[in-house]
Design a protein around this ligand. Structure first.
Ligand SMILES: [Cu+2]
Length: 144
């Protein structure tokens, strides 16, 4: 019992420090880091399933949960803008798709018509780096 209390006291301070640091310090991205959509190209007319290939320069891919300098994992933004608050973990929605296993491509099925695609890289906790590593937004047209 006594040792349990001691352990709790020892553990408590680092947890507090960690949560404060989380709110203030984002994982830095190295200068020149770049994420981009290899394919499809901006303006492409495509059919389902749409194969999307992710490009990355100056950083490495690591699975979510694995903390390693200058790494992160891809997020595909479909028909949406990046969240305004980039200091919190990205939500997982139909429009913000996480590739936490370290995938570098995917296939999506989209309704016929125009769609936008954009890649946002984020750290092991799904929080965008500082400065954020984000691709240009491309527009594609999906044929019925
Ligand atoms: Cu993620």
């Amino acid at each position: 019992m006594r040792s349990f209390i001691v352990a709790a006291l020892v553990l408590a301070p680092p947890l507090c420090v960690g949560s404060v640091a989380l709110a203030q310090e984002r994982t830095p991205s190295p200068p020149g880091a770049e994420v981009y959509i290899i394919s499809p190209k901006n303006g492409a007319i495509v059919h389902n399933p749409v194969r999307v290939q992710f490009g990355l320069k100056g950083m490495g891919v690591a699975p979510a949960g694995v903390k390693f300098d200058n790494t992160g994992h891809h997020h595909l933004l479909i028909d949406t803008d990046p969240p305004a608050d980039e200091s919190v973990p990205l939500p997982a929605t139909d429009k913000i798709v996480h590739f936490g296993k370290g995938q570098t491509e995917t296939t999506v099925n989209l309704s016929a018509g125009k769609h936008t695609l954009q890649l946002l890289f984020a750290d092991y906790q799904h929080i965008p780096h500082s400065p954020p590593v984000i691709s240009k937004k491309i527009t594609i047209t999906v044929k019925p």
